[in-house]
Design a protein around this ligand. Structure first.
Ligand code: ADP
Ligand code: MG
Length: 238
């Protein structure tokens, strides 16, 4: 079976159950948004998918292969963080190349990917600059670029726009939609912004207290919210 499969995922931190029995299938190329209030487990679930953390129970499969015990680096996924997580002492170019240099990817291929990503994200003029010399929006583009050059099967994005001002958030939203259309890669997108989820996602996963409340297309959630919580969160009439 193709795509990403979460089967009965549980995650405990000490005695606290943070993710409770989450099962979900994400199709190849699908744009799925995880939404829910602060602390509901969005980032934890994304980290489990990324392999940055191990589930307490359940399993994760990619294209039918169980990857629960496989390291982050070998899952073919790339994560984009809210905090950008760029290296301040490196140029933009070096930031983009970092992590690819000691792999099987040839030097010329790395250069070609950097050029391509820089063009796509319109950060070519900044390749020699350091992150500190860039605006927030430019830094966010570099963070996305660093994921793109790895050619992942799926992008995992944790509130990538939440540090940007409102105007920039709206324009970056359009850029993300264009990027998804162009790359045709799976995107799993964590946000607490329901408008972002409604405009970007093929399907939305609404989380509360570590459980899935509802999964559906934006229209399904809006027209047929499973309960008042979903309706309230989505902004649907209830
Ligand atoms: P969200 O991203 O939806 O805001 P998180 O996944 O960050 O939520 O956190 C879910 C819950 O798990 C919160 O109660 C948080 O305090 C707790 N949590 C997250 N990471 C850890 C950790 N490393 N150790 C202990 N508790 C954690
Ligand atoms: Mg979070």
């Amino acid at each position: 079976m193709s795509g990403l499969e979460l089967r009965k995922i549980v995650k405990n931190f000490g005695a606290v159950e943070v993710i409770r029995d989450v099962s979900l299938h994400v199709n190849d190329g699908e744009f799925v948004a995880f939404v829910g209030p602060s602390g509901c487990g969005k980032s934890t679930l994304l980290r489990l998918i990324a392999g940055l953390d191990k589930p307490t129970g359940g399993s994760i499969a990619i294209d039918g292969k169980d990857v629960t015990a496989i390291s982050a680096a070998d899952r073919g996924l790339a994560m984009v963080f809210q905090s950008y997580a760029l290296y301040p002492h490196m140029s933009v170019r070096e930031n983009l190349a970092f992590g690819l240099e000691n792999t099987k990817v040839a030097k010329a291929e790395i250069e070609a990917r950097i050029t391509d990503a820089a063009r796509m994200l319109e950060i070519e003029p900044f390749l020699q600059r350091r992150p500190g010399q860039l605006s927030g929006g430019q830094r966010q583009r570099v963070a996305i670029g660093r994921a793109i050059v790895r050619r992942p099967d799926a992008f995992l994005l944790d509130e990538p726009l939440s540090n940007l001002d409102a105007e920039l958030r709206v324009s970056m939203r359009a850029e993300l939609a264009a990027l998804h259309a162009r790359l045709k890669a799976t995107m799993i997108y964590v946000t607490h912004d329901q408008v972002e989820a409604m405009t970007l996602a093929d399907r939305i996963v609404v989380l509360r207290g570590g459980r899935i409340e509802q999964v559906g297309t934006p229209l399904e959630l809006y027209n047929k919210p499973a309960n008042r919580f979903v309706a309230g969160f989505i902004g649907a009439p209830h």
